[in-house]
Design a protein around this ligand. Structure first.
Ligand code: MV4
Length: 507
């Protein structure tokens, strides 16, 4: 397509990331006839994103601060290979304002929002104040940061206990302390401050009323450079463990059409209030009475974006690229609908039966699910050794169904088909969640994993049966191979007793 002169056509994108998201971004680039450039660390020489890209450049040693976080090295590669734009993916430099700024200075399009809005939303106190000014509901609490113990006690007099002390530079649960009693104030503030200081180099903190058992519901938004903003509905992200999301779904089982409309309107207003551009997410806490409160804004493409893509039919990476090169959004709010139901399970290389310990090693066999309504976004292959340096998430399994019930059944079927040997994975833990009565009823909040841990962590005696069946079949296959010269010996399929035993995931 030929763009008007004032727009910058993107012809080559450098993807400043690795793993599944690097490949996810490059897939859309290929569909748009955009050339792709991979960067990789010494630990990623054999990674799939390197092979998938049109060009690939080594940028440093395995630790991310010597490679995927090396701003100047990445900019240097982008200039050398004439990339028009950089897509940062999620994590690494995706919410780094300095990086966005450096791209601008070098005339490289940063596929994301402005450096200014990254700074503003990265500071939770500033974000909160901006949203409050714009009339978006925020959790009752302080305006600005708090300095003294007296200030904290005065706020507690005002809003009551319990409260949360939160780091302004925080997010994802770091630098956060719950205060249930006035006697805990001093130690909680001190702990939050020192954690924030060492993690972010900024020890400012603020206070919010503690919302008991909230839902974490976020809205996807898209904004162009011409003032148009739409939302692409919600994602229910309450199923998490230690601030690590495990399962996301859309629509949220908690949502009503009225609440969706109201929260969607708030999400669009939030984006407009800060002149946001690109794809972003407005996170809300929703309490049991369906009151909702702005929590944080994520200024990046998120891990869980595929479920939104599946129900809206919109390629979010394609839209990011289009608005980054100055195009107008090609749809209005009224044209967007949610069709059916989508669920994502994050597959981690970790052992759910050993306190979710990361499980590194070589992938021996992998067989991914296929069939109607199934998508996997991954990057590992047989023989690949998962590096210890990065996130243990190895793939995302995304399903779609006409109804929530159909989506859950399809997810159970797809998890059953998913076979990975060589490393431990969270697949069987996901199977248990998909069979949990509370999950099936849509009856869950951010405390789901703790509340259901007895059922979720109990080892089902027959869960390993499928592995046994595979081993039996493999032995049988070897036996068959060894007897090919003897044509008379017939191949008899392995008979499994284990298959006859009913177990939780037999449906
Ligand atoms: C809260 C909260 C309750 N009340 N704030 C955790 C991550 C950080 N981004 C904000 N978090 C929370 N903030 C108030 N005022 C409960 C949480 C929280 C949580 C939020 C979203 C998803 C999972 C969570 C798990 C525990 C606590």
């Amino acid at each position: 397509m030929i763009l008007p002169h004032y727009m910058n056509q993107i012809n080559k994108v450098l993807v400043a990331n690795r793993g599944e998201i690097a490949i996810r971004i490059m897939r859309t680039c290929r569909e748009l006839d955009i050339e792709t450039v991979a960067v990789y660390s010494e630990a990623d020489r054999t990674s799939l994103h390197v092979r998938y890209a049109h060009e690939a450049y080594l940028i440093g040693k395995a630790p991310s601060n010597e490679s995927y976080l090396n701003i100047e090295k990445i900019i240097e590669v982008a200039k050398q290979c004439n990339a028009d734009a950089i897509h940062p993916g999620y994590g690494f430099l995706s919410e780094n304002a300095t990086f966005a700024q450096r791209c601008n200075e070098e005339g490289i399009i940063f596929i994301g929002p402005s450096a200014e809005v990254i700074v503003q939303m990265g500071d939770k106190i500033q974000a909160r104040d901006a949203m409050k000014k714009a009339g978006i509901p925020v959790v009752p609490g302080t305006e600005g940061s708090i300095e003294t113990e007296e200030e904290v006690l005065a706020v507690i007099n005002d809003i009551g206990l319990p409260v949360m002390i939160k780091a302004s530079a925080g997010g994802g649960g770091k630098g956060m302390r719950l205060v249930k009693d006035r006697s805990e104030v001093v130690s909680a503030v001190r702990a939050a401050r020192s954690e924030a200081k060492s993690a972010f180099g900024d020890d400012s903190v603020y206070i919010e009323k503690y919302i008991t058992s909230p839902h974490h519901i976020e809205f996807q938004i898209l904004a162009d450079q011409h003032g148009n903003v739409v939302h692409l509905f919600e994602r229910e992200c309450s199923i998490q463990r230690r601030h690590q999301k495990m399962i996301e779904e859309t629509p949220s089982p908690l949502m009503t059409p009225e609440l969706r409309q109201e929260m969607g309107k708030s999400a669009v207003e939030a984006a407009k209030a800060v002149d946001y551009t690109g794809a972003g997410t407005i996170e809300f806490l929703v309490d049991n009475d369906l009151n909702y409160y702005f929590l944080e804004m994520n200024t990046r493409l998120q891990v869980e974006h595929p479920i939104t893509e599946r129900v809206t039919g919109i390629d979010l990476v394609k839209q990011q690229i289009k608005v980054a090169q100055g195009e107008k959004l090609e749809f209005i709010q009224e044209e967007l609908t949610q069709k059916g139901h989508s669920i994502e399970c994050r597959i981690y290389a970790e052992d759910p039966d050993n306190n979710f310990m990361p499980s590194s090693g070589k992938i021996y066999k992998i067989s991914e699910p296929l069939g109607l309504g199934v998508r996997t976004d991954g990057y590992v292959y047989e023989g690949y050794e998962i590096p210890i340096y990065y996130d243990p998430m190895i793939s995302k399994l995304i399903v779609w169904g006409n109804t929530r019930d159909e989506a859950i059944r399809r997810m159970r079927r797809a998890l059953y088909e998913y076979k990975i040997t060589g490393v431990k994975t969270s697949i069987k833990f996901m199977e248990r969640i998909m069979s949990n009565p509370n999950f099936i009823q849509g009856n869950y909040d951010t405390h789901f994993i703790e509340k259901n841990q007895d059922q979720l962590l109990s080892m089902q005696p027959c869960e390993d049966c499928d592995d046994m069946v595979i081993i039996a079949a493999f032995i049988d296959y070897l036996d068959k191979l060894g007897s090919t010269k003897n044509d008379k010996k017939e191949f008899t399929p392995a008979q499994s007793r284990w298959k006859k035993i009913p177990y939780i995931n037999h449906f």
